[in-house]
Design a protein around this ligand. Structure first.
Ligand SMILES: [Zn+2]
Length: 466
C-alpha cells in the first residue's frame, strides 16, 4: 500500500466531518515541549503519554523538546526513557510518522506545551496542565495547577484530549479565540474559575472495581482500557466484541496500532494487550452481547456493572432484557459532541428509555456519528474526530471511579460536552428519568430486578435498591 492509499483510508472518517479536511494536515508540524521540572509527577507523565498517542493519530511530523535522560517512574512504562517510549508510540501508530528530538531546524506550525513553556514563542502555543480531577488547557495562556502525588489519570487524560482538540482546530483553521485558559473539575463535571474553588478529592487507593462487563471494544471501549492500563486498579473485566481492527479505526482509539489493522486483529485482543501489565483479570468473548449471555452462566455470575460502549445489533434491548445491574454508557454525537450516562435500575431511565429499542434510532456510539445520508442509499457515512472517543472514555472512567467513592449525584445522571467551543466550552448536566412508555423496563418484574441487583457491588448507591 502506498503512503497516499494508506493516508486516504486512515483519514476516511475524519474527512466526513463538516469543515474538516486531512489535506490541511499535509506537511504540518507540531513541537511537543515537556516541562522537565514537573515531569516527575504522575499527572504530567499521563498527559504526555495520552497527548502524544492522540497526536500520533493525526499529525505526521512531531518533534519533542526534552532531556534525553528523563525516565518514566509511573504507569506501565516504568523505568523506560521518555524519548524511547514516545518514539515507540509515534512509530507504532503509523509507519509514515516522523518523530525527532531537540531538532533546532524543526519549524513547527504550533507548539503543544505539557506544563509551563520556559521560553517565549512567536508561534501559537497550546498548553495543557492538570492534577487529580482537574483538567486545564488553553491557547497562549497558562495557569499553574498545584501538584500532588495522587495517581489519578482523569484530569491528565482529559486535558490531553482537550489540548489535541485545540491543536487540531489551529491546524485545521477552525476558529478559536487567540488567548484563553479553561479548567474543568471532572469530579463534578463543571468548569471552574480557579483551583482554589476545588476541594482536592483523593483518588481511591487499592481500588477493586468488582466484576465489570465491557460491551464494545471499539473507539470508546479500547480507549477506556488504555486509561485503565495507567492505573493499579484490580478486579475482573469481561471484554465483549466480535469485530476486527481496520485502518479506518486507528484514528479514534488510544489502543489500536497500525499492526492491528494490518493483521486485522480482534479488538478484544488489542484491548487485552494494553491491559496485560495491569492487575485486572481479563476474560474475552468474541461475539455480541447475546452470545456472551448464552456462553456464560449470567445469573450466577451476575455482574457488578455494565459498560455499554457499543451500538451494534440492538444492544440496548439485549442489555435491558437481561435485568442489568447499574449501567454506564458513553456516546459520541454528530461531529464534536459526547455524552455519558448512568442507569441505576428502577431509579434512572433505563438504557432503552434513553436510546429506544433499535440502535438505528439514535446517533451511534464508538466515535462514529452519522453526519450524512445519501439520497436513495441507506448506507450510513460515519465521521470521526481523533480526540472525541478518548475524551468520552475518560469521562466513563471518571463515572466508574465516582461510583467506587460512593460519590453519586442522584439529581444528575447525564453529562454532555462539546469539544467544538473553546472559551465557552462547559458541561451540561441533567437528569434523565424513566419513561412511562418504555417497552422494556416498565414491563419487567421489579422484585426480580431488586433481588438480582441487590447482590451487585454498586447496588447500595441506588436509592431504590439497598
Ligand atoms: Zn426503560
Amino acid at each position: 500500500m502506498t503512503q497516499n492509499e494508506w493516508t486516504e483510508l486512515k483519514f476516511d472518517r475524519l474527512n466526513r466531518i463538516t469543515g474538516v479536511s486531512s489535506e490541511k494536515l499535509v506537511d504540518k508540524k507540531i513541537c511537543v515541549y515537556i516541562n522537565e521540572e514537573a515531569f516527575s509527577y504522575y499527572s504530567n507523565q499521563v498527559m504526555t503519554i495520552v497527548a502524544v498517542t492522540i497526536l500520533s493519530k493525526w499529525c505526521n511530523n512531531i518533534s519533542v523538546n526534552v532531556s534525553d535522560k528523563l525516565l518514566f517512574t509511573h504507569t506501565h512504562n516504568k523505568g523506560q526513557l521518555l524519548s524511547a517510549v514516545l518514539k515507540r508510540i509515534v512509530e507504532d501508530n503509523d509507519t509514515f510518522n516522523n518523530i525527532g528530538f531537540n531538532d533546532s531546524n524543526f519549524k513547527p506550525d504550533c507548539i503543544l506545551s505539557i506544563g509551563r513553556l520556559e521560553f517565549n514563542s512567536a508561534i501559537p502555543v497550546i498548553y495543557i496542565n492538570s492534577n487529580g480531577w482537574i483538567a486545564g488547557y488553553g491557547k497562549n495562556s497558562f495557569e499553574v495547577i498545584g501538584k500532588t502525588e495522587d495517581l489519578n489519570p482523569i484530569g491528565a487524560s482529559f486535558s490531553a484530549c482537550l489540548g489535541n482538540a485545540a491543536l487540531f482546530k489551529e491546524l485545521m483553521s477552525i476558529e478559536q479565540e487567540e488567548t484563553f485558559w479553561n479548567m474543568f473539575d471532572l469530579h463534578s463535571n463543571k468548569k471552574i474559575a480557579s483551583t482554589s474553588s476545588y476541594a482536592d478529592i483523593p483518588f481511591p487507593d487499592k481500588l477493586n472495581i468488582g466484576n465489570i462487563v465491557q460491551i464494545g471494544c471499539g473507539a470508546v471501549g479500547s480507549s477506556f482500557d488504555f486509561i485503565l492500563s495507567l492505573t493499579n486498579i484490580t478486579g475482573k473485566l469481561d471484554l465483549i466484541d466480535f469485530d476486527h481492527v481496520s485502518i479506518e479505526n486507528l484514528i479514534s482509539s488510544l489502543t489500536f496500532l497500525e499492526n492491528d489493522a494490518k493483521k486485522q486483529a480482534l479488538k478484544i485482543d488489542a484491548c487485552e494487550r494494553i491491559l496485560k501489565e495491569s492487575k485486572l483479570n481479563i476474560y474475552k468473548h468474541e461475539g455480541d452481547y447475546s452470545s456472551y449471555i448464552d456462553a456464560i452462566n449470567y445469573y450466577n455470575q451476575y455482574p457488578d456493572l455494565i459498560l455499554c460502549l457499543a451500538n451494534e445489533r440492538n444492544i440496548w434491548s439485549s442489555i435491558q432484557h437481561n435485568y442489568p445491574p447499574t449501567v454506564l454508557h458513553g456516546t459520541t454525537t454528530a461531529s464534536w459532541g459526547l455524552n455519558v450516562g448512568r442507569h441505576f435500575p428502577l431509579y434512572d431511565g433505563c438504557i432503552v428509555c434513553r436510546f429506544g429499542i433499535n440502535s438505528n434510532n439514535y446517533v451511534p456510539i464508538c466515535g462514529s456519528a452519522v453526519v450524512e445520508k445519501q439520497n436513495e442509499i441507506s448506507e450510513e457515512k460515519l465521521g470521526v474526530l481523533p480526540f472525541l472517543s478518548p475524551a468520552t472514555a475518560v469521562l466513563i472512567f471518571a463515572e466508574l471511579i465516582k461510583l467506587n467513592m460512593e460519590s453519586v449525584n442522584l439529581t444528575k445522571n447525564f453529562s454532555e460536552f462539546s469539544m467544538k467551543a473553546s472559551v465557552s466550552a462547559d458541561f451540561v448536566n441533567s437528569f434523565f428519568a424513566r419513561r412511562p412508555t418504555c417497552p422494556i423496563c416498565t414491563q419487567q418484574d421489579s422484585s426480580l430486578h431488586y433481588q438480582l441487583n441487590s447482590k451487585s457491588k454498586y447496588a447500595n448507591l441506588s436509592p431504590l435498591i439497598t
